[in-house]
Design a protein around this ligand. Structure first.
Ligand SMILES: *Cc1c(COP(=O)(O)O)cnc(C)c1O
Length: 393
C-alpha cells in the first residue's frame, strides 16, 4: 500500500482497489480446498480438473495454486486447454480426454500430454506418435454406464488388445485406465456400485493383457467425498477445488471447503424513486412504496443468468433480490424505503462469494436459476476481469 495515496475517494468506496467489476479469485481458498481433498483422498493422489478455464476461475492461476498445494495431475477436456497450460510453462502431468477426428494429437504428443482414449482415437494417436517419433501416453477409458465417451464393455477386450500391440511396438504406453461416474452426487443410488464393479473388471482385464498402469481413476468430486472405494490411485477433483459442493444437500462448509470466487461490482447508481416505479425491460417489477433503486453493472453478457428469479445481491451488509429482468449489462435491486441513496453511492454489490459473512453464494444463485453451482461460476464471462488474491497472486 502506498501511504501517500490521495484520500479523496468517498468513504463508501471499497477500500481495496478492485476494478469496478471483478470476479475475485482467492488462491488461498484453492490451496485450502486441495489440501482438504488430499486428506480425504489419501493415499490416492489428486488431479485438479481445470477445464473450462478452471470452471471460470482461470486455468493457469488455479493450476499453479493446486500444484503448489500438492495436486499431482491436471485434467482438462480438450487438447487445446492442455496446450495452453504447457504454453504457460506448466510441466506437471496433464490429461486431456475429449477429442474429435480434428483434434491435434501431434501437438499433444509433442507437448507430453496424456490422452484419454475411447478406442476410436487409437490410430490417430499412433500416427501422431510416429510423426513425433515419441511414444504417446494414453489412458484408456471404459464406459461403465454414463453413456458418454469411453469404450463400451463389449469392445473393451479388443481395444485393450490393439493398444497393447502398439505398446509392444513402442508407439504408445497405456499409462492409465479410467471411467466417469453418473450419479455419485446421489450416494443412495445403486448405479455407482454397478459402475465400480464394471471398472474393476475392465482394469483387471487390461492388467492381465499386459498393461502396467500408473493410474486407475474414476472418482469425481462427489465420489471423493462419498465413495472411498472409488478412489483407486487418483481422484479427479473439479468443483470441489473451487470450494463448491457437488451435493444438493450439503454446503461448502459441510465439506470444509471455501468458495474461491466472489463476483462483485461497484454500484453504478443509487437513486430515489416513487412507489409503483417500473423496473427493467418488460416492467415485470414495480416498487411497492417510495424508496431507492440500486443499479449493478453486471448482466447476462457477464454471465448473470437472465433466467434467474430474484437472485440475491449483497450491498452494505444487506441482501436484496434482483428486481425485474436481468439485462445484458446490468441488474437493478430495490433498496427499499429506508435506504439513503447518497450513502450507497459507489458501494460494493456482491452477487456471490464465500458466504462467510452471511452473504449470498453460488449455491443461492443456482437455486434462483434452476441450475447447479458448476454452471453459475463457469458461465461468468471473459468480460468480467479476474482479480487474484492470496499467496501466489
Ligand atoms: C469435469 C470432469 C471431472 C470433474 O468433475 P467434478 O464433479 O467437477 O469434480 C472429472 N472427470 C471428468 C471426466 C470430467 O469431465
Amino acid at each position: 500500500m502506498v501511504t501517500s495515496e490521495p484520500t479523496t475517494a468517498p468513504s463508501a468506496m471499497p477500500s481495496t482497489r478492485l476494478p469496478e467489476r471483478a470476479a475475485v479469485i482467492d488462491l488461498d481458498a484453492i490451496r485450502h480446498n486441495v489440501a482438504v481433498i488430499r486428506k480425504v483422498a489419501e493415499p490416492a493422489r489428486v488431479m485438479a480438473v481445470v477445464k473450462a478455464d478452471g470452471y471460470g476461475h482461470g486455468a493457469v492461476p488455479v493450476a499453479r495454486a493446486a500444484l503448489a498445494a500438492g495436486a499431482s495431475w491436471l485434467g482438462v477436456a480438450h487438447i487445446s486447454e492442455a496446450l495452453a497450460l504447457r504454453a504457460a510453462g506448466i510441466d506437471a502431468p496433464i490429461l486431456a480426454w475429449l477429442h474429435t477426428p480434428d483434434s491435434n494429437f501431434s501437438a499433444a504428443v509433442a507437448a507430453g500430454i496424456d490422452l484419454g482414449c475411447s478406442g476410436w482415437e487409437l490410430e490417430a494417436i499412433v500416427a501422431a506418435a510416429r510423426e513425433q517419433e515419441r511414444p504417446a501416453r494414453v489412458h484408456l477409458k471404459i464406459d461403465t454406464g454414463l453413456g458418454r465417451n469411453g469404450v463400451t464393455a463389449d469392445r473393451w477386450e479388443a481395444v485393450v488388445g490393439e493398444a497393447v500391440d502398439y505398446q509392444d511396438e513402442g508407439l504408445l504406453r497405456v499409462a492409465g485406465v479410467f471411467s466417469h461416474l453418473a450419479v455419485a452426487d446421489e450416494p443412495e443410488r445403486p448405479e455407482t456400485d454397478a459402475q465400480l464393479d464394471a471398472f474393476r473388471e475392465a482394469v483387471a482385464l487390461a492388467e492381465d493383457a499386459g498393461c502396467d498402469l500408473d493410474v486407475r481413476h474414476i472418482a469425481n468430486s462427489p465420489a471423493i467425498f462419498s465413495r472411498p472405494d472409488a478412489h483407486f490411485d487418483l481422484v479427479r477433483a473439479g468443483i470441489s477445488i473451487y470450494g463448491l459442493s457437488p451435493f444438493a444437500d450439503q454446503t461448502s462448509a459441510d465439506l470444509r471447503l471455501r468458495p474461491a470466487m466472489t463476483l462483485r461490482a461497484t454500484l453504478s447508481q443509487a437513486k430515489r424513486v416513487p412507489a409503483e416505479q417500473g423496473v427493467s425491460y418488460g416492467l415485470t417489477y414495480r416498487t411497492a412504496s417510495a424508496g431507492a433503486l440500486g443499479l449493478v453493472p453486471l448482466g447476462y453478457a457477464d454471465g448473470v443468468p437472465r433466467t434467474s428469479d430474484r437472485g440475491p445481491v449483497r450491498i452494505a451488509g444487506r441482501t436484496y433480490p434482483v428486481a425485474g429482468r436481468v439485462a445484458m449489462d446490468q441488474i437493478v435491486v430495490d433498496l427499499g424505503a429506508s435506504a439513503d441513496p447518497a450513502e450507497l453511492a459507489g458501494a460494493e454489490a456482491v452477487l456471490f462469494g464465500s458466504g462467510a459473512d452471511g452473504g449470498p453464494t453460488a449455491d443461492d444463485w443456482a437455486r434462483a436459476t434452476g441450475t447447479i453451482n458448476y454452471e453459475i461460476v463457469t458461465r461468468i464471462s471473459q468480460r468480467v476481469p479476474r482479480v487474484y488474491v492470496g499467496e501466489g497472486a
